[in-house]
Design a protein around this ligand. Structure first.
Ligand SMILES: [Fe+2]
Ligand SMILES: [Fe+2]
Length: 226
């Protein structure tokens, strides 16, 4: 990994530098067209495991986090969050939910495999789009282990991890991910509050997650539909 592309992980929760925007993510979709060639290159992989919902929403969250943390390498965070789960498109689809989202899923072989395949995809497409080897290595260093490595090693890694989790707090994420885990929306949203908020690494992500979850629970009537 090229250290010049990343910044050391500050103590957590990572203090906000800029203003935190906790408005609904649908009000701030990912901006710009500079990543469109990457999106086009991974179109088949976006059709697996609802990556065509998860990845654009998580990119939007990453861009909101980057406003709060202007010191982070924005290009690295944006490209990495776009690609991080594309590896699900190169694994045995019949095992994604049965092995990747049940039991001790963080240690499931298919979890490691989707991370490895995500790196393969990054290595296949990024050099042809003009990205340097050092940049591709930095992307892979974050993708490889994004679900299975216990700790983040850089500010950029931390922001990718937070953006990866934040999409679930929006009602679109609850709608999809609750089904993957075989839970109803109320039970799943409780799990988000109790288990996933404490995993978030940045002050900004914690504020966004709690605001989103308050809205989603009200919208989905989880107080009575439980
Ligand atoms: Fe993943
Ligand atoms: Fe993900």
């Amino acid at each position: 990994m090229n250290k010049l592309l990343t910044h050391p992980l500050p103590s957590t929760p990572i203090r906000a530098v800029g203003r935190i925007d906790t408005s609904p993510i649908s009000l701030s979709p990912a901006a710009g067209t500079d990543l469109d060639k990457i999106w086009s290159a991974v179109l088949p992989e976006t059709r697996v495991r609802s990556n065509d919902i998860h990845l654009p929403i998580s990119l939007a969250y990453a861009e909101k986090l980057l406003i709060v943390y202007p010191d982070a390498n924005a290009e690295l965070v944006r490209v990495t969050i776009l690609l991080h789960d594309t590896g699900w498109g190169r694994v045995d689809r019949s095992k994604i939910i049965s092995e990747g989202f049940s039991g001790d899923w963080r240690k499931a072989d298919i979890r490691f495999l989707h991370e490895q395949q995500g790196c393969v995809i990054a290595q296949e497409i990024l050099p042809g789009l003009g990205y340097s080897k050092e940049f591709v290595d930095a992307v892979c260093a974050i993708i490889d282990g994004h679900d299975t490595r216990p700790n983040a090693y850089s500010l950029e890694d931390a922001l990718v991890r937070d953006a990866d989790r934040l999409w679930r707090f929006d009602h679109a994420g609850i709608a999809l991910a609750s089904g993957w885990f075989g839970m109803d929306p109320a039970a799943y949203s409780d799990r988000l509050r109790n288990e996933i908020v404490p995993e978030l690494l940045s002050e900004a992500a914690i504020a966004m997650a709690n605001a989103d979850l308050d809205r989603s629970q009200a919208l989905l009537k989880t107080g009575v539909l439980r």
